[in-house]
Design a protein around this ligand. Structure first.
Ligand SMILES: Nc1nc2c(ncn2[C@@H]2O[C@H](COP(=O)(O)OP(=O)(O)OP(=O)(O)O)[C@@H](O)[C@H]2O)c(=O)[nH]1
Ligand SMILES: [Mg+2]
Length: 369
């Protein structure tokens, strides 16, 4: 039996097993096994040589446009950036990942026009899976929906979930530390619905024999599995609705309802027309805001503080990240840094490379000769 059949069989068994206390640990074991098999399958298919879809990350952040064929992803890329991605009134016009650069509020934002999502993409049929793999490296997912096909949102979520992308979720607060003896010990700072037996079964399925397992939140089986796996990507998202030039104003109410049904707040969703160039400034602002940039002003020897062209970093960035971004010889010659501004306790505070920077800090690097 091939891996794919095995996966299908386990999936069917999970579906057919009613969920209750007496089956919980069995289901837990099955889900753990399923995750493992899926990972194996993924490794097999990515070992099969060049994907042809790897795109180098450039700029200050990367955003992936994710949507079904013909919703207007390429049109949007073209109207937001300098790129010229082919557009067409037939499906699957775009077959490669096309990058474009959006310069907005001091940041260079790389947008990736990802080919239209296809049915079964995440199971590796067609090229869908490799295409979606590009999304894993993005800093933000921009879902593109057509105003008449809001229900596609469900499918997009599902496909990303299946390739281990967790959209709009923080990583589970689950840690597992291997030991040499004493079996699996579970500690938890939250009340758990799951039985300790189930939790241990799942951990054991992952090859933990002796380990301290700490749960910092209430988990269900899926979250627990995610917490034990290392290949999950946690990426924030925003959603836009395209082709609004085609609807009557009255129809907007219907669209709003369809969005709400999916847990989307119509106010937070951006209504645009890539073709009539409507809503694009709002969309740019929202992309910028969700990327959580911070501006760091470099204090350069002999030249003073450069407030014109701040270094664009992301929230949580350290001095080390700043050095990385600057490139060149700074890394080798770095001794320490002096920081003034929001992250500093006082002006010119001396810090090391692990110091976390904040928006509008002034940074001076002290280098070896
Ligand atoms: N009326 C209207 N048509 C649009 C808009 N945006 C795109 N279109 C049209 O929709 C069709 C598909 O647009 P594309 O940009 O090629 O769509 P895509 O999502 O890149 O499609 P694939 O590459 O096949 O995945 C084209 O005929 C566009 O002219 C819009 O805002 N309004
Ligand atoms: Mg396209």
């Amino acid at each position: 039996m091939g891996l794919e059949e095995e996966i299908e069989e386990i999936e069917t068994e999970i579906e057919d097993t009613p969920y209750n206390k007496s089956t919980e640990s069995h289901i837990g074991r099955l889900k753990a096994k399923l995750a493992e098999k899926k990972e194996k399958l993924e490794n097999q298919s990515s070992a099969g040589g060049g994907t042809g879809y790897s795109v180098e990350k450039t700029g200050d952040a990367t955003v992936a446009l994710v949507g079904f064929p013909s919703v207007g992803k390429s049109s949007l890329l073209n109207s937001l950036t300098n790129a010229e991605s082919e557009t067409g009134d037939y499906e699957f016009t775009t077959l490669d990942v096309n990058p474009g650069m959006l310069a907005h509020r001091g940041a260079n934002i790389q947008l990736l026009d990802v080919p239209g999502l296809i049915q079964g993409a995440a199971t590796g049929k067609g090229d869908g899976k490799q295409v979606l793999a590009v999304v894993r490296n993005a800093d933000l997912v921009l879902f593109v929906l057509s105003v008449f096909e809001i229900e596609q949102y469900d499918r997009l979520q599902e496909e990303l979930y299946n390739i281990n992308i967790r959209v709009d979720r923080d990583p589970p607060r689950v840690t597992a530390r291997r030991k040499h003896k004493d079996g699996i010990r579970v500690t938890s700072s939250a009340d758990q619905d799951l039985d300790e037996t189930t939790i241990k079964e799942v951990a054991r399925e992952y090859g933990y024999v002796n380990a301290d397992l700490n749960l910092g939140e209430k988990v269900d089986i899926d979250r627990l599995v995610d917490g034990l796996m290392e290949n999950r990507e946690y990426i924030p998202s925003i959603t836009c609705v395209n082709k609004v030039d085609l609807i009557d104003p009255d129809y907007k109410e219907t669209v709003d309802d369809q969005l709400r049904e999916r847990g989307l707040d119509p106010e937070a969703v951006t209504f645009i027309s890539a073709e009539a160039e409507r809503g694009l400034d709002t969309l740019k602002d929202r992309i910028w805001e969700h990327l959580e940039f911070i501006r760091v002003y470099m204090d350069k020897p002999g030249r003073g503080i450069d407030r014109e062209e701040p270094l664009m970093l992301r929230e949580g960035a350290t001095v080390e990240d700043a050095i990385d971004k600057l490139g060149g010889e700074f890394e080798e010659r770095f001794r320490f840094a002096r920081v003034s501004g929001p992250s500093a306790t006082h002006d010119e505070q001396q810090v090391g490379d692990q110091h976390v920077l904040q928006d509008e800090d002034v940074l001076k690097l002290i280098l070896r000769r």
